[in-house]
Design a protein around this ligand. Structure first.
Ligand code: AMP
Length: 191
């Protein structure tokens, strides 16, 4: 089984790269951002609570997202090639919860792929995406907040996996194919 975390600042291209990884390695994809946006579109109670955080560029509470993730991972069952987690874990508390969830199911995370992209490029990509995505959080004020939240709350997750020797830094600048080539090399070495 190949269980991968893809992470990086908002706008680093993790959604695009996740799609390519899913296709090549036949993994199940879980994007916590997508799951929350679906809850919002369906106007569920959870979606309404999440919207308050998302529109301000803040993270939703750890326990809420851990519960959503656990439910979705269980639904995949055991007969799969692996999972790619996109946008989770975003805090050290989430990483700890994920590790115990995996251990309980006799599974393990193989590697965290960290896509690094320069800040000006991130802002540029997110502003452009905002023109077509319709996402309430792709505006300059919220983008600035999301980048700040990333630095303070999510960047420490990299150290968590570095300490477990499961960390791979990937240069996220360049063409989609170039970046995918770099990621594939790391994933192939984990097969
Ligand atoms: P994303 O699509 O991954 O950029 O996520 C969009 C927004 O959803 C984030 O800015 C957060 O408000 C929320 N979100 C997504 N994943 C998480 C998570 N693992 N923990 C907390 N909040 C999250």
């Amino acid at each position: 089984m190949l269980n991968v975390i893809i992470c990086g600042a908002p706008g680093c291209g993790k959604g695009t790269q996740s799609d390519l990884i899913v296709n090549k390695y036949q993994l199940k994809h879980l994007s916590t951002g997508d799951l929350l946006r679906k809850e919002m579109a369906d106007k569920t109670e959870l979606g309404q609570i999440a919207e308050g955080y998302i529109s301000k560029g803040q993270l939703v509470p750890d326990q809420m997202i851990i519960d959503i993730l656990a439910k979705n991972i269980e639904a995949f069952g055991n007969d799969i090639n692996g999972i790619i987690l996109d946008g989770f874990p975003r805090t050290v508390a989430q990483a700890e919860a994920l590790e115990s969830m995996m251990a309980k199911n006799n599974k393990t995370i193989n590697v965290l792929v960290d896509l690094s992209v320069e800040k000006d490029e991130l802002i540029d990509r997110l502003i452009k995406r905002g023109q077509t995505s319709g996402r309430s959080d792709d505006n300059l004020e919220t983008i600035t907040k999301r980048l700040e939240v990333y630095q303070t709350q999510t960047a420490p997750v990299s150290d968590f996996y570095r300490n477990l020797n499961k960390y791979a830094a990937i240069d996220g600048m360049g063409t989609i194919d170039e970046i995918f080539g770099r990621i594939s090399a790391v994933l192939d070495s984990n097969l």
